[in-house]
Write a protein that binds this ligand. Structure first.
Ligand code: FAD
Ligand code: SF4
Ligand code: SF4
Length: 478
């Protein structure tokens, strides 16, 4: 092993510099500065090159992390990029928004007492450098294979599959009901985690590789799934999950109580330079308001931090469990606290107060009881523990379920699970309809970008195998 590795005993963990919270509150730019090359290389050299690298085991893409860390430590960045991009279509995106504390870095096994290697930041550094130096090129096929694929949904699952299939020579057509490519990367996740130009440059690369995008086309409304199946040799459904979970209680219908994704989409559209009517009317603008966000996942964290940047008077996050039991990344909680968000743990809304528009939330304290079937401690209300907090904008961030796709696609034979996600054969990624495959959140339920990429890649490999077999059968029959 080169001497420059194993530096964890000498060098403490350092992430790229984080911008000052007072500055962060005033704009939507990403909060981490770029790694300086010397610091990236020094941080990469902290890796101890484990024989069994648990970081890699716990990365959904099984990225070859030890190898690209070693190459970065040696300053061999182009080779590091080759390795990082061999298993991941969008390493610069994962480097920014994976919850590394729960995945690769959370399982880094540097000796006890030392902080993990900053894997995500190095992955981002390698790929940003590759873009800056012109090493990232469109993946054009050597030969067209004469077959065509339709992909429904231009989120990370659809885009990863599109890139994989295009490089194999398929004519790839991606249909999306939105006007832009990227799915939740564009309209869900705010710029302070992932600036939009990072996603837009990927769209350009895919177009240069020959992927054809059809934006503003909703399958099930503008065109049917049957039409797509007739047009293409295989179809991939990667439509994500968008039906927001609801909350009950008196006053829940008052004005000023809004859905998280409506709120975030409006904010993202405004950031993209659009005029958003709901902003002009003030319905989706937190400026000057007392904001309460209900929920404890990634979406709730994005809402509270967006509200801060819009100039809210106060921002509280109401969550029925405690810090240790929340589903969102603890790193994001820390960022939110630094920016001025108040977390009201172990509390759940009971009623929304106001005449026409919401003015306050009445909540009750919760305690954690015994673990339920999922192993998580159930939250139980504490009697006579009510309290009230001012709120003239309440944002519901309770998670998402799938839309009813068999009905939307008028395909009653399309089988779904009891949660409404699409049922696929786990090995072939094929749904109950021959030649129709599925990947990403629509199969897993609301998950992570890195899992969507993994599923997109795996589904593409299986579609390729299926089409090759079908093509061979067709040729044999001629
Ligand atoms: P999506 O990204 O949802 O893309 C689906 C696409 O399909 C959309 O573009 C949609 O317009 C299109 N579509 C749907 N129906 C149709 C139709 N009938 N016809 C045509 N097009 C259709 N994950 C992380 O890893 N890190 C994070 O920090 C993170 N933050 C998040 C923040 C928010 C606010 C949200 C909501 C999610 C976040 N996630 C995060 C989760 C992550 O965004 C998703 O897991 C991931 O985007 C799923 O990818 P996908 O391709 O399956 O679906
Ligand atoms: Fe870690 Fe995500 Fe990169 Fe995998 S893709 S190495 S989990 S940051
Ligand atoms: Fe390096 Fe940590 Fe991975 Fe071990 S677990 S190979 S120390 S990054």
């Amino acid at each position: 092993m080169p001497e420059r590795m194993l530096q964890f005993v000498r060098l403490p963990q350092q992430t790229p510099d984080k911008r000052d919270p007072a500055l962060r509150r005033t704009d939507f730019r990403e909060i981490y500065d770029h790694f300086q090359p010397e610091r990236a290389s020094a941080q990469a050299s902290r890796c101890s090159q484990c024989g069994v690298p648990f970081c890699q085991v716990h990365c959904p893409l099984h990225n070859n992390i030890p190898d690209w860390l070693k190459l970065t430590a040696e300053g061999r960045l182009e080779e590091a990029y080759e390795i990082a991009s061999a298993t991941n279509n969008f390493p610069e995106i994962c480097g920014r928004i994976c919850p590394q504390d729960r995945l690769c870095e959370g399982n880094c096994v540097i000796e006890r007492g030392y902080d993990s290697v900053t894997i995500g930041a190095v992955e981002r550094f390698i790929t940003d450098t590759a873009f800056a130096r012109g090493w990232v090129r469109p993946l054009r096929p050597r030969l067209e294979n004469g077959l065509s694929v339709g992909v429904i949904g231009a989120g990370p699952a659809g885009l990863a599959a599109a890139e994989q299939l295009r490089r194999l020579g398929y004519a790839v057509h991606v249909y999306d009901r939105y006007d832009r490519v990227g799915g939740l990367l564009i309209y869900g996740i705010p710029d302070f985690k992932l600036e939009k130009h990072i996603v837009l440059r990927r769209r350009l690369l895919l177009e240069e590789a020959g992927v054809c995008f059809h934006c503003g086309v909703e399958i099930g409304a503008d065109e049917s799934l049957a039409e797509l199946r007739a047009r293409h040799d295989a179809v991939l459904i990667a439509t994500g999950v968008y039906r927001a979970r609801e909350i009950g209680g008196p006053g829940v219908g008052l004005r000023g109580i809004v859905q998280a994704l409506d709120y975030l989409t409006a904010s993202n559209r405004r950031g993209l330079g659009e005029t958003v009517a709901a902003f002009a009317s003030g319905e989706l603008d937190a400026a000057g308001r007392d904001v309460v966000v209900i929920g404890g996942g990634d979406t709730a964290m994005d809402c509270v931090r967006t509200a801060i940047r819009q100039g809210a008077a106060s921002v509280r996050c109401l969550y029925r469990r405690d810090r240790a039991n929340m589903p969102g990344s603890l790193r994001e909680v820390k960022n939110a606290e630094e920016e001025g968000v108040e977390f009201v743990w172990l509390s759940a809304p009971e009623a929304f107060l106001g005449d026409d528009r919401v003015a306050a939330v009445r909540a009750m304290r919760m305690r954690l009881g015994l673990p339920d079937a999922s192993g998580r401690q159930a939250a139980e209300p504490i009697e006579r523990s009510h309290f009230t907090m001012p709120a003239d904008l309440v944002i519901k961030a309770l998670g998402f379920d799938p839309e009813d796709l068999p009905t939307a696609f008028t395909e009653p034979d399309l089988k779904v699970s009891r949660w409404g996600t699409l049922k696929i054969d786990r090995r072939s990624f094929m749904t109950s309809l021959p030649g129709v495959f599925a990947a990403g959140d629509i199969v897993r339920g609301a998950s992570l970008v890195v899992w969507a990429i993994r599923d997109g890649r795996d589904a593409a490999a299986q579609m390729h195998a299926w089409m090759r077999q079908n093509a061979a059968v067709a040729i044999a029959a001629e």
